[in-house]
Design a protein around this ligand. Structure first.
Ligand code: 1GP
Length: 249
């Protein structure tokens, strides 16, 4: 079975999927092994690997290390075409649909496609919607695009429906790593209530209670990066919160 279907089925069974984001950059070099071992032991469903900018040249070594230790799927959440590697189980084949920069709508994808074909890894077509989380984000700077305002749910619904009709398999609602505010419950409900494909939520989710509220508001997958980079011991609490919806109602 494909990685996508395995993840989808597991999320349906558990209430939602818990995804750990690892930024394979220099700053996390000493944490990578601990994070992956902890993810294996404490019920994470997959690891996303990605970041906006790498500050040294050891990205590939770190990805290889993550894959060699992980018991769960390791999926590329790409910051750019330069992050493609044969060590991944799958890649989120994303288009930054919230933006109007053609390079991130289709340019990077054209450069990436032949390499992915050559390597032969699974692609998961994903619409990436950047949402204003109250602080400026690396994605905004690198892509030169404006985030969508969470106070205009109709705008988000329009983008999400367009993604569904274009054949995307998932919508990633992203407030940016370390965002001040995560997506509001009501905004998420407005989007998830209108579409049939899976919603991935990430950016600024700091507590298991927040993660549970997102699941109760329609998230099929919740991505946690900064909170567990800072406190690895939270991984098991996040797993219980995400896998048992209504815990915190
Ligand atoms: C960023 O959505 C992810 O792309 C995770 O964000 O680091 O804020 O958890 P955090």
């Amino acid at each position: 079975m494909s990685i996508f279907l395995t993840l989808k089925q597991s999320a349906e069974k558990k209430g939602a999927g818990f995804i750990i984001l690892i930024d394979p950059d220099k700053k996390n070099d000493e944490k990578v092994i601990g994070l992956v071992e902890n993810a294996n032991l404490n019920g994470a469903d997959a690891i996303f690997v990605g970041g906006s900018i790498m500050m040294d040249s050891f990205y590939n070594e770190r990805v290889k290390k993550i894959k060699s230790i992980s018991n769960i799927p390791v999926i590329l959440f790409p910051g750019g075409v330069n992050q493609i590697s044969k060590h991944f189980d799958a890649i989120l084949f994303m288009s930054l649909l919230s933006g109007r920069n053609p390079h991130y709508l289709i340019g990077e994808q054209v450069l990436a496609a032949p390499i992915i074909k050559n390597i032969g890894i699974e692609t998961i077509p994903t619409a990436y919607l950047l949402i204003d989380g109250g602080s400026s984000t690396s994605v905004e700077y690198i892509s030169g695009t404006k985030p969508l305002p969470p106070s205009k749910p109709d705008l988000l619904v329009g983008h999400a429906l367009a993604a569904q009709f274009l054949g995307m398999k998932m919508i990633y609602l992203e407030c940016g790593s370390g965002a001040k505010n995560r997506i509001p419950n009501e905004t998420l409900k407005a989007v998830s209530g209108e579409i049939d494909i899976d919603v991935v939520v990430g950016g600024g989710v700091r507590t298991p209670e927040d993660a549970c509220q997102l699941v109760n508001s329609g998230a099929s997958f919740v991505v946690i990066g900064s909170a567990i980079e800072n406190s690895e011991e939270l991984i098991s609490d996040f797993a219980s919160a995400i896998h048992h919806k209504n815990n915190y109602v």
